[in-house]
Structures are given as C-alpha cells and as structure tokens.
Design a protein around this ligand. Structure first.
Ligand SMILES: Nc1ncnc2c1ncn2[C@@H]1O[C@H](COP(=O)(O)OP(=O)(O)O)[C@@H](O)[C@H]1O
Ligand SMILES: [Mg+2]
Length: 137
C-alpha cells in the first residue's frame, strides 16, 4: 500500500517517488487515524493511507512494524479503538469480517496454511475467485 507522500525524497536521487496519484481521483480504500490494540498492547498508533484504483500499493516495514495488524484491522479480524476505514465510501470499521468480505475485499495471509494444489498466482488471487464462485476444484 502506498505510504509515501509526494514530498518524500529518496536519499540518493533527491526526487519525489510515487507521486502520480491523480489529485481528483477518489481512493478505493481510505484508512484514517487507525489505532488498534492487541490485548493491552497499543500496536497501531494513528495509521493513515489511501489506496487508488489502477495503482499497486505496497505497505513496507521491518518485522513487527504492524503490517499484518494493519491488514487484519482492515478486514475486521481486529477492531480499531479509534479511526475510520472506508471502502468506496462505505464504512468498514464497525463491520464483521464476513460483512467486509462480501463488500469485495480479500486477504491472503502469509502463514504456511496454504493449499498445495494451487499455484502461487492462484494462491494470491483466491479471494477474487471466491467472489466468482470458487476455483472449481
Ligand atoms: N497476538 C499478538 N499478541 C501480542 N502482540 C502481538 C500479537 N500479534 C502481533 N503482535 C505485536 O504487534 C506488533 C506488530 O506485529 P505485526 O503486525 O505482526 O508486524 P509485521 O506484520 O509488520 O511484521 C509486533 O510488535 C508484534 O509483536
Ligand atoms: Mg506480518
């Protein structure tokens, strides 16, 4: 997911990166000021970003930075204590995971619990296949 702002400069080339979002475009996904706790641990502390149609969006960070927690919050496996998440102007942050899934957002976890009959491409795309009625296997 794109976290870099147009003002962000690379250390080496000193020029903006990932600055090509149409300023008039509406984001498909808008995460704003999310705070998420796991037990007593305050893991996400004000995460905000936008995802736009036609762009590849990447969420980068060291191990333990909160990437998985961010995605688990978006798909409703964790509830944010504060902040908002909108998918095409529809609020997700109070919905259950199955309701969020039905709105067309999928999640492929990084764990090793994968189907060994699927290719890497099929594994990455299975939330989309599910919406189309399954893989037919
Ligand atoms: N179930 C959990 N219980 C306690 N702390 C957790 C749990 N899951 C993740 N964390 C902590 O939350 C932080 C973010 O983890 P995570 O979102 O998995 O990071 P990433 O995916 O970026 O590696 C880490 O400090 C991790 O130890
Ligand atoms: Mg992770």
């Amino acid at each position: 997911m794109i976290l870099l702002k147009p003002s962000v400069k690379t250390r080496r080339f000193r020029r903006p990166i990932l600055a090509e979002v149409d300023p008039m475009a509406e984001p498909i996904l808008k995460v704003e000021g999310i705070h998420t706790y796991i037990g007593k641990h305050h893991i996400l502390q004000g995460v905000s970003f936008e995802v736009y149609s036609g762009k590849v969006t990447v969420l980068l960070g060291r191990n333990g930075a909160g990437k998985s927690t961010t995605l688990r919050t978006i798909i409703g496996l964790l509830s944010p204590s504060k902040g908002t998440i909108f998918l095409r102007n529809r609020a997700l942050h109070h919905l259950k995971p199955y309701e969020i899934s039905r709105l067309g957002i999928g999640f492929v976890p990084e764990d090793r619990g994968i189907f060994n009959s699927l290719t890497v491409e099929e594994t990455s795309a299975w939330p989309c296949f599910r919406k189309m009625g399954g893989l037919g296997r």
